[in-house]
Design a protein around this ligand. Structure first.
Ligand code: ADP
Ligand code: MG
Length: 503
């Protein structure tokens, strides 16, 4: 497979009052594993269930309950690791991260601090055709999600919903390789795309199934390159972490605000406190959530309830064999096989469902034309109606049918658009519709010739003008199309008119 070649984009520079600054960003993405059961219990993970209806004794931390690892969740983490070309650790282990919070009945979260299941990987973050940032992933570990405190149902009381307690999360930690707000959003987008291709997380950010903690610092030109050479975090600025972001737009706004806040402090001679902050989209600002002094001492230690995980290389290899074609490879193949632009290929591979739809349409047909129709007619229409491809009233088979009728010369491109409209609103088999409604293109040259003769006879002045100026032949084409209800084969019409006017 031909690989696309990329160059790295430049870091974003923000001009302060006293000089230029660069951004350094690292993301911790929390992705909920697409599993029907929780990480250590058999309780359901269904979204939107009645509060506290999906809670087992393990999740509610009843004394004496023991966690049992859900092998399916483990497999999804390995699959995700393989999808980002990461090292899979055959030995990993669970640790307790101790803290008190009402939505955490155990009093600790089971996570993997010291020995994560997935090690170093990387993804390409596409910025524009031919330009992509290579972002390294440091690790992916498995951990439990917490429950939810509800503060807005009663003026005097808070409630706790434990449905999410114990749901499996993959925490995907990037290296600080991201250099602009746009890249941060694109990184989250690319990660979401890969997870959806792999099927290991549904990527639903609205439901909180995918969210990110965003670490931001600022530095001077050259500092970041020094960091990459030496690995010394000391040459970078102090970072702040913005918690729990679940919108790409807000991620960008929060980073931009946060960088400018830090620059103002530094230029004023101040220092950045390493702290956790929250973004307020209404005010477009970040606010302190907790500072370093209040930072938790999590007293991490290996979870005594769970044996270390030892997996076999052969099991990992088996999972590797079932990996689907991933976005970068699919994009490169679309460019190579269908002769489409890289831009069109990225539109068609943006989501795995779109790509599959396109390939169903393109199979055995003209790929370029198929791409054109899927992107312009279908996606254009879906966008206009705010529908996703899974709600498309036109199936791949129906759209393919329309293309077949064009390829056979039964309908012109213009009629095909009318037909698209009919199939969109009324459904049905395109070929049958063309037959039953008499939409077939007239290729019978005799019939076209008759129509041309009639129009020429009725418009002697136009004929004279057109003989002087061949460009005016278009007028006759329009008249013939009108007379034939748009069904005359345009190529035949053009040829016959040119011949008659030359006489
Ligand atoms: P913690 O649990 O304290 O948040 P992690 O190691 O899990 O620490 O995550 C740290 C995140 O912060 C990583 O994504 C890392 O790349 C990023 N990071 C570290 N140093 C900086 C820095 N100076 N500027 C921006 N991001 C940073
Ligand atoms: Mg963090």
């Amino acid at each position: 497979m031909a690989e696309l070649t990329y160059s790295e984009p430049k870091a974003k520079v923000i001009a302060g009052a006293k000089g230029d600054w660069e951004l350094v960003i690292g993301l911790e993405v929390h992705a909920q594993v697409a599993s029907k059961a929780k990480l250590f219990s058999g309780a359901s993970t269904e979204f939107g269930a009645e509060p506290n209806s999906n809670v087992s004794f393990v999740d509610s931390a009843m004394p004496g309950m023991l966690p049992v690892i859900n092998e399916f969740c483990l497999e999804q983490a390995v699959r995700t690791g393989l999808g980002i070309k990461a090292d899979i650790n055959l030995y990993s282990a669970f640790d307790r991260k101790n803290y008190f919070y009402p939505d955490l009945p155990q009093g600790y979260q089971i996570s993997q601090l010291y020995h994560p299941i997935v090690g170093e990987g990387e993804i390409l973050v596409d910025m524009e055709p031919g330009v992509a940032r290579k972002v390294r992933v440091e690790r992916i570990h498995l951990e439990q999600d917490a429950g939810k405190s509800v503060h807005d149902m009663d003026p005097n009381m808070s409630f706790v919903d434990l449905n999410r307690t114990g749901v499996a999360l993959m925490e995907i930690v990037s290296r600080p390789d991201i250099r602009s707000p746009e890249e941060a959003a694109a990184y989250v987008g690319k990660m979401r795309q890969i997870l959806r291709y792999l099927g290991t997380c549904d990527g639903n950010m609205q439901n909180g199934n995918m969210r990110a903690d965003v670490n931001v610092s600022v530095c001077k030109a050259g500092d970041y390159e020094k960091f990459r050479e030496t690995g010394d975090f000391g040459v970078l600025g102090t970072r702040c972490e913005i918690k729990n972001m679940n919108s790409m737009r807000f991620i960008q706004q929060a980073i931009d605000y946060e960088a400018r806040r830090q620059i103002a402090i530094l230029e004023d001679g101040g220092e950045i406190d390493q702290e956790t902050r929250l973004y307020d989209p209404d005010k477009n600002e970040t606010r302190t959530m907790r500072s370093k002094e209040e930072a938790h001492d999590y007293r991490y230690f290996p979870c005594p309830d769970l044996l270390p995980l030892e997996i076999e290389q052969s099991w990992v290899d088996g999972i590797a064999e079932t990996l689907p074609e991933l976005p970068d490879a699919k994009k490169a193949r679309f460019v190579a096989d269908y002769g489409m632009t890289e831009y069109d290929a990225s539109v068609l591979t943006a989501d795995v469902v779109d790509a599959t739809f396109f390939e169903d349409v393109a199979k055995g047909r003209d790929g370029k034309q198929a791409a054109n129709w899927v992107i312009n007619e279908l996606f254009g229409r879906l966008n206009k109606e705010d529908l996703s491809i899974s709600d498309s009233p036109i199936s791949a088979q129906q759209l393919g049918g329309i293309l077949d009728l064009m390829a056979k010369g039964d309908i012109s491109g213009k009629i095909a658009k009318d037909l698209f409209e009919i199939v969109w609103t009324e459904g049905g088999d395109p070929a049958e519709i063309v037959e039953s409604r008499g939409m077939k293109q007239v290729t019978d040259t005799g019939a076209i010739e008759a129509a041309v003769n009639e129009i020429i006879a009725a418009n002697p002045d136009q004929v004279e003008k057109a003989k002087q100026n061949p460009k005016l032949a278009g007028w006759f084409v329009g008249q013939v199309m009108k007379a034939t209800g748009g069904k005359a084969n345009p190529k035949a019409v053009n040829e016959i008119i040119a011949k008659k006017l030359a006489q």
